[in-house]
Design a protein around this ligand. Structure first.
Ligand code: GLU
Length: 533
C-alpha cells in the first residue's frame, strides 16, 4: 500500500450533538490516516436543510478538538462555512446530476409521500419488499407531485470486499432506484457522499455498520459516474450493556420516565412547565414522543435533578471525563489491540491499530469500566497534565471551582486525584471549599452536638487562632494535637471536619485546612459554635 495516498474522512450530519458512536468513527478514521502518514478530512454533511444547524456543526468541531482529533482539511472553527460543508457544493453536485440525466441514468419522479406509502402498502400486502423501479407500473405523471431525481440502479449483483466484514453481495432484484436529488433541489446523502468522496480523493471509507447496505447503492453510482470507488470498512455498532443500541433516545427516554414518575407523585404538567422553563406546547410534544430533542431532555432532567445517561461527547465532558480517557475507552469498543491491553496512549493506539483487529460484532459500552479508566487516568497524571483538562471542564460547567484561582485548582487536583473517578465528582465533593457547606444534620448531631463536642471545638479554635503563618509546616503539629483531643482518640478531627466541611467526609484535614485558609476555617468554626450556643 502506498502510504502517502491514504485519505480518510469523518462526515457527520450536523443535526445534533456528536455522540460517542460518531466519536469512535472519527477516532478510527483519524488513527488509520495518521498511522499511514495519510490525511484526515472532516466534512459536514448538511444537505438536510430542515434538520441541519450551524450550532450543531460548531458543537461537533468543538468536541472533536476537545478529543484532540485534529483534521488536515475541513471547516475552520469559528469561521464562515467553507467548501467542506456540503451546502456549499451544490454546483458540483448539479453538474454530476445533469451528467447522469444526460446519460439516461437518472430520471424524474413525481410521487407524493402519500402515493409512495400506498405503493409500499400494496407491496406489503403481497408480502414482498417495496422497490421503486423506473419500469414499474403505476408511476405518477409529471406535474402531479413534487419532482425528485432518481438514479436507475443496474439490475446486476453488486459485490464488494469490506475490509472488516469480508465479501458482501446484493442481488440485482434487491436494488431500488434511490432518490438522488430532493424536491428542494438539494442532493440526497447518497449522492453527495459519492461525489465528495470521489472529489476529495478519499481512499478509505470507514463508517458504522448501519451504513453497510448503503454501500451497494453508492457503488452503483460510482460505476455510472465512471469513477473508481474507495475501499470500504464497516465498523461494529455501539450497544448498551443491556444489548440495546446506544442512541440519543436513551436520554430522552430517561427524561420522559423521570417526568412521568414525578407527575405520578402528585405533581402536574403545569408545574413541570414552570419548573423546567420549557414552553407548554414544546413540553407536551416532548412527553408525547413527537420530538427527541436532547435539549428538552436535558432541561427536564435538570429541573427534576435526575441525571440522564451520558450519550454525547459533551455529556462526558460535563461529567468530568478526561478526553484521553474517553478516547482510550471508545477505541476499545469493537477494537482489540491484543494481549488484553486496556490503558493505551495515543502513540500506542497508533502503533497497534489496524483494520484486521476490528471486530465484526457490536461492542458494549461499559460505563463502570469507563469510570474506572477515567480514575486511572486522573491518578496517573501529574497536576500539570490535569490542569488543562480541568480548565476545559470548567469551560462547560459551573461548579464553584470554576471561580477558584489556578493555585487553588491545583491544590484541589492534588488533594482529590487519588480519590475521584471524574472531575465532576471532585468539583461536587469539593464545593465546600468555595461556598458555605450545607450541614449534614446526622453528622452534626453525632460529632459536634453530642458529648463534649462543643468544648473540643472551642479548644480546637483556641489552638488554631494564634497561627498566623497558615502553612502545612505550622499546622501539621497542631493536627497531631487535635487527634489527641476529644473523648476518644480521633473523634476531635471529625468534630473539626463537620464544622468546616459540613459533613464527616473530606480529604485529609491538613490539606483541607490549608486550602480553606485561616479566615474561612475560623469563621466556619465560629458559626458552628454559635449554633450550639
Ligand atoms: N453523514 C452521514 C452520517 O452522519 C455519513 C455516513 C458516511 O460516513 O458515509 O451518518
Amino acid at each position: 500500500m502506498d502510504s502517502k495516498m491514504i485519505k480518510t474522512r469523518f462526515a457527520p450530519s450536523p443535526t445534533g450533538f456528536l455522540h460517542v458512536g460518531g466519536a469512535r468513527t472519527a477516532l478510527f478514521n483519524w488513527l488509520f490516516a495518521r498511522k499511514h502518514g495519510g490525511q484526515f478530512v472532516l466534512r459536514i454533511e448538511d444537505t438536510d436543510q430542515v434538520r441541519s444547524t450551524a450550532e450543531s456543526a460548531a458543537g461537533i468541531l468543538s468536541d472533536l478538538q476537545w478529543l484532540g482529533l485534529n483534521w488536515d482539511c475541513g471547516p475552520k472553527p469559528g469561521a464562515e462555512k467553507n467548501e467542506y460543508f456540503q451546502s456549499m457544493r451544490l454546483a458540483l453536485y448539479n453538474a454530476h446530476l445533469e451528467q447522469l440525466v444526460k446519460d439516461g441514468r437518472a430520471y424524474e419522479a413525481y410521487e407524493t409521500p402519500q402515493q409512495l406509502a400506498a405503493m409500499r402498502m400494496v407491496a406489503e400486502k403481497m408480502k414482498r419488499p417495496f422497490r421503486y423501479r423506473r419500469n414499474m407500473p403505476g408511476r405518477a405523471e409529471r406535474g402531479s407531485g413534487p419532482t425528485v431525481l432518481r438514479f436507475e440502479m443496474p439490475f446486476e449483483t453488486i459485490t464488494f470486499h469490506d475490509l472488516i466484514l469480508g465479501d458482501i453481495s446484493v442481488a440485482g432484484e434487491e436494488h431500488d432506484d434511490i432518490i438522488i436529488r430532493k424536491s428542494d433541489g438539494f442532493p440526497t446523502y447518497h449522492f453527495a457522499v459519492v461525489v465528495d468522496d470521489h472529489d476529495m480523493g478519499i481512499t478509505h471509507v470507514l463508517r458504522a455498520q448501519e451504513h453497510l447496505m448503503n454501500t451497494p447503492k453508492h457503488l452503483g453510482l460510482y460505476k455510472a459516474l465512471g469513477w473508481q470507488p474507495p475501499a470500504h470498512a464497516h465498523m461494529p455498532l455501539v450497544f448498551n450493556m443491556d444489548n440495546t443500541k446506544m442512541s440519543k433516545r436513551d436520554k430522552t427516554k430517561a427524561a420522559r420516565a423521570a417526568a412521568a414518575a414525578w407527575i405520578k407523585q402528585g405533581n402536574t404538567f403545569e408545574m413541570l412547565v414552570e419548573k423546567s422553563g420549557i414552553p407548554a406546547d414544546q413540553l407536551k410534544e416532548f412527553l408525547d414522543k413527537k420530538t427527541d430533542d436532547s435539549r428538552l431532555a436535558a432541561a427536564v432532567g435538570a429541573a427534576l435533578s435526575v441525571p440522564l445517561p451520558e450519550i454525547d461527547v459533551q455529556d462526558f465532558r460535563r461529567s468530568g471525563y478526561l478526553p484521553d480517557a474517553l478516547l482510550n475507552f471508545i477505541a476499545l469498543i469493537g477494537w482489540s489491540p491484543g494481549e488484553n491491553r486496556e490503558i493505551l496512549t495515543r502513540d500506542e493506539m497508533l502503533q497497534l491499530f489496524s483494520l484486521e483487529t476490528i471486530g465484526k460484532t457490536s461492542g458494549r459500552f461499559d460505563r463502570k469500566k469507563l469510570l474506572w479508566m477515567n480514575g486511572e487516568y486522573i491518578r496517573n497524571h501529574t497536576v500539570d497534565d490535569l490542569q488543562p483538562a480541568l480548565a476545559a471542564f470548567n469551560a462547560v460547567t459551573s461548579y464553584p471551582i470554576k471561580k477558584a484561582s489556578e493555585s487553588q485548582q491545583r491544590q484541589l487536583l492534588a488533594m482529590y486525584q487519588e480519590r475521584t473517578g471524574t472531575l465532576a465528582e471532585m468539583a461536587e465533593n469539593g464545593r465546600f471549599f468555595f461556598e458555605e457547606p450545607t450541614l449534614d444534620q446526622a453528622a452534626f448531631k453525632k460529632h459536634v452536638e453530642s458529648g463534649n463536642g462543643r468544648i473540643v471545638l472551642q479548644q480546637i479554635r483556641d489552638m488554631l487562632s494564634p497561627v498566623t503563618d497558615w502553612s502545612k509546616e505550622q499546622l501539621a503539629p497542631l493536627i497531631e494535637k487535635i487527634i489527641e483531643l476529644g473523648e476518644k482518640r480521633g473523634s476531635a478531627p471529625q468534630t473539626l471536619r463537620v464544622a468546616i466541611c459540613g459533613g464527616s467526609v473530606s480529604p485529609p484535614l491538613l490539606e483541607t485546612l490549608c486550602l480553606l485558609g485561616r479566615d474561612t476555617t475560623l469563621a466556619r468554626i465560629d458559626k458552628i459554635l454559635q449554633k450550639i450556643g
